[in-house]
Write a protein that binds this ligand. Structure first.
Ligand code: ADP
Ligand code: MG
Length: 299
């Protein structure tokens, strides 16, 4: 019996260097699709967030909820369309997306984190003008602008609001931006996470996804990159070896690192406690870590 307790203490001691290194820092975590796909994964995610708070790390959650938006769109017989990983958003789509993301998904995450003993506060771009936005101008490979409707990009982040909350609450941010005339924009949640992390100069930004990491060849599992630099990411984006939702994710990785974030991680959200595994252990088998350049890598 004593052996069991000894092992528990060892586990705690192993995490001490990480707690010492990261206590007091801000980490932006993009929570999405795969990690939300089962009740167990949701519960484990909320537990990880509570533990981070208790050891002095300040997590900020940014979430999508794409699958749920599509589900409700189909129920209402509205078409679902994506271009290069971005949801084409007309006024009806925006209305549903806001209702689902802000009213449903956001509050589910907030209540789950609350239930772990760490109070969370749900926000979207409207709240305290957290995320100001404008239409995203996206060009196709032929250079012609693609009409994505009310898909937006972040122009300004009100970091002051997050500073007010950070002592006592976990902010949970739905990826809806506020336009100058009060209109709403649907912003890819990865894009929001990248912009928030850059504005806050976060220690880390962590993207939970539904693959094991960034691959040079998506059909070859052994092609996962465990660590790479900004230059390699740019090269990969230009090579055409990246498609769909990985494009805005990598663009967000670049935004965050160019903004001074220490490291960006793309990790497998299908694995239980993937957030703690990433932050509190040295397991290089987990995901892809992107840093600004060789030699300046931190933990
Ligand atoms: P989420 O936003 O929930 O992480 P997305 O579907 O938006 O999910 O983005 C992840 C997807 O990106 C993966 O499921 C994969 O199909 C796709 N993808 C495209 N190119 C790559 C690549 N080179 N490496 C890894 N994933 C890629
Ligand atoms: Mg995505």
């Amino acid at each position: 019996m004593r052996e069991i307790y000894r092992k528990r203490v060892e586990t705690l001691l192993e995490s001490l260097p990480y707690i010492r290194m990261f206590s007091g820092t801000t980490m932006v975590i993009k929570y999405g699709g795969a990690a939300m796909s089962s009740a167990d994964l949701k519960d484990e995610f909320a537990t990880d967030i509570a533990l981070l708070r208790y050891v002095g790390i300040k997590p900020i959650i940014v979430h999508g909820g794409g699958n749920e938006v599509s589900t409700y769109m189909r129920r209402l017989d509205l078409p679902v369309k994506f271009v290069e990983g971005l949801r084409v958003t007309d006024a009806a789509t925006m209305e549903i997306a806001k209702m689902v993301l802000v009213g449903k998904v956001n509050k589910e995450i907030v209540s789950l984190i609350n239930s772990k003993g760490t109070p969370a506060v749900g926000l979207c771009g409207d709240d305290g003008c957290l995320l100001r936005a404008k239409p995203l101008l996206k060009r196709g490979q032929d250079g012609v602008p693609i009409d994505l409707g009310l898909v937006g990009e972040v122009t300004e982040v009100n970091t002051g609001l997050l500073s007010l909350l950070e002592a006592d609450y976990v902010p949970v941010v739905a990826s809806v931006g506020a336009g100058p005339a009060g209109e709403s924009y649907n912003i890819n949640a990865d894009t929001v996470a990248g912009a928030l992390a850059a504005a806050l100069k976060a220690e880390k930004v962590i993207f939970l996804t539904d693959v094991t990491g960034l691959h040079t060849d998506l059909d070859d599992e052994s092609s996962r990159l465990s660590e790479c630099t900004v230059d390699e990411v740019v090269e990969l984006l230009e090579s055409g070896k990246v498609s769909k939702g990985m494009i805005p994710k990598l663009e967000a990785v670049l935004t965050s690192l160019e903004g001074g974030v220490g490291a960006a991680h793309i990790i497998d959200g299908r694995i239980a406690h993937s957030v703690l595994l990433e932050i509190m252990t040295d397991d290089a088998g987990l995901g892809t870590k992107v840093v600004s350049g060789i030699g300046i890598s931190r933990a």
